[in-house]
Write a protein that binds this ligand. Structure first.
Ligand SMILES: Cc1ncc(C[n+]2csc(CCOP(=O)(O)OP(=O)(O)O)c2C)c(N)n1
Ligand SMILES: [Mg+2]
Length: 381
């Protein structure tokens, strides 16, 4: 008789630590993404909210088109467009109070602008000109984060600290489907759930991490299911349904504010354009897939609803379009101005106290700039 067979006969009751400590049932996401537009639930929606969402979506799409055009004109180094994802961007900004904080990724310029940051300042980082380009404290918007998922532990730290201080602050952190594979995602969610930090994690599942499709990113039933492993609720929502995203994020923010802890929201959406202007999406996906998603466009979905309820007359349409054109013209004009930059600013705002290496590099740059200036002055004589 083998040891295993001997053991097989002996089956004591496992210790109590083996039991689930909380019921996972209420944490589980729905199997289908939550939708409102096109269903009966939309009939009771506030017309003001519908119009506001529509105006912001139209503005956002125009911003994406203008920013992409600026990359072609050499005025912007890189632009990750969120066309197709505007509902997530706009809803994320609208559900927050002024005292709350937004932690965006590089694709979330629209959310940053919808929260009140100057549209030109929001592009500074992507232009490669200066640091963040805006004061994060002014509108309570953290810098657009390029290193994937690093904004998540920052959001949790801020929210946890606010709670310890007794400040009524909720942090909403945005991340992509690819970002959920980062260690920072795990650490942020685990810490947030253990400490019940007032944070909402919004995962925009747009189908791809550059050329990597979701199926190669994770074997989880859904990204929202990951929440259960940390002990927080996971919510699955149609990311192109602006009303649904607004509702789910609004509920999650309220839950966090009331002391209920964090929520992970997976918004299922699609990146209609390439990863950035530097990417060729035709190399890893077909037109048919893109067209299917274009038929489920967030602006189209909202306009169907507005039209069905008689809320989208010509004047409303024109006002939304005119506002978008005015914003785009201003963006174009101001982005075409050559910025006046001081190279010494490279060293500003990085550390509270300079490191010895930075002091050395600062002196080196100063000496080079002085030599260059002296050389030019000498040449003019
Ligand atoms: C820590 C880190 N690793 C790798 C990269 C390179 N990178 C930039 S974007 C990207 C894909 C991210 O995809 P996803 O999180 O789905 O966001 P999306 O671009 O779709 O909005 C990668 C791998 C990075 N910026 N940071
Ligand atoms: Mg993605």
């Amino acid at each position: 008789m083998t040891v295993m067979e001997q053991r097989g006969a002996y089956r004591p009751t496992p210790p109590p630590a083996w039991q689930p400590r909380t019921d996972p049932g209420p944490l589980l996401p729905d199997t289908e993404p939550y939708r409102v537009l096109g269903t009966e639930a939309a009939h009771g929606a506030d017309p003001e909210l519908l119009r506001r969402l529509h105006a912001q979506l139209v503005l956002g799409r125009r911003y994406n088109a203008q920013a992409t055009a600026l990359t072609k004109q050499g005025r912007l180094a890189v632009y990750p467009s969120s066309t197709g994802q505007e509902a997530c961007e706009v809803a994320a900004a609208l559900v927050l109070q002024d005292r709350d904080w937004l932690f965006p990724s590089y694709r979330d310029t629209l959310a940053v602008v919808a929260r009140g940051v100057d549209p030109v300042a929001a592009l500074t980082l992507l232009r490669g000109d200066w640091h963040t380009g805006y004061d994060p404290y002014e509108h309570r918007v953290a810098p657009l984060s390029t290193p994937l998922a690093t904004q998540l532990p920052h959001a949790v730290g801020l929210a946890h600290a606010a709670r310890l201080k007794g400040d009524d602050v909720v942090a909403l952190a945005m991340v992509g489907d690819g970002g959920t594979s980062e260690g920072d995602f795990h650490e942020a969610l685990n810490f947030a759930a253990v400490w019940q930090a007032p944070v909402v994690f919004l995962v925009q599942n747009n189908g791809f991490a550059i050329s990597v499709p979701l199926a190669k990113q994770t074997a989880a039933p859904s990204l929202a299911h990951k929440a259960v492993g940390y002990g927080m609720p996971g919510r699955l929502v149609d990311g192109n349904d602006a009303l649904a995203v607004h509702k789910v994020l609004g509920d999650a923010v309220r839950h966090a504010r009331e002391g209920g802890g964090p929520t992970l929201v997976e918004a299922v959406t699609y990146r209609v354009e390439a990863h950035t202007n530097a990417d060729d999406a035709t190399r890893y996906r077909g037109d048919a897939e893109v067209e299917t998603w274009r038929a489920h466009d967030p602006i189209l979905l909202l306009e169907h609803e507005l039209t069905a309820r008689g809320l989208l007359d010509e004047d409303t349409q024109r006002a939304a379009r005119d506002a978008a054109e005015t914003m785009a013209a201003d963006l174009r004009a101001r982005m075409n101005e050559d910025p006046v930059l001081d190279p010494m600013d490279l060293f500003a705002h990085v550390y509270a106290e300079d490191t010895p290496q930075l002091r050395e590099q600062r002196a080196q740059l100063r000496a080079e700039l002085d030599a260059e200036r002296d050389g030019q002055e000498g040449g003019h004589r």
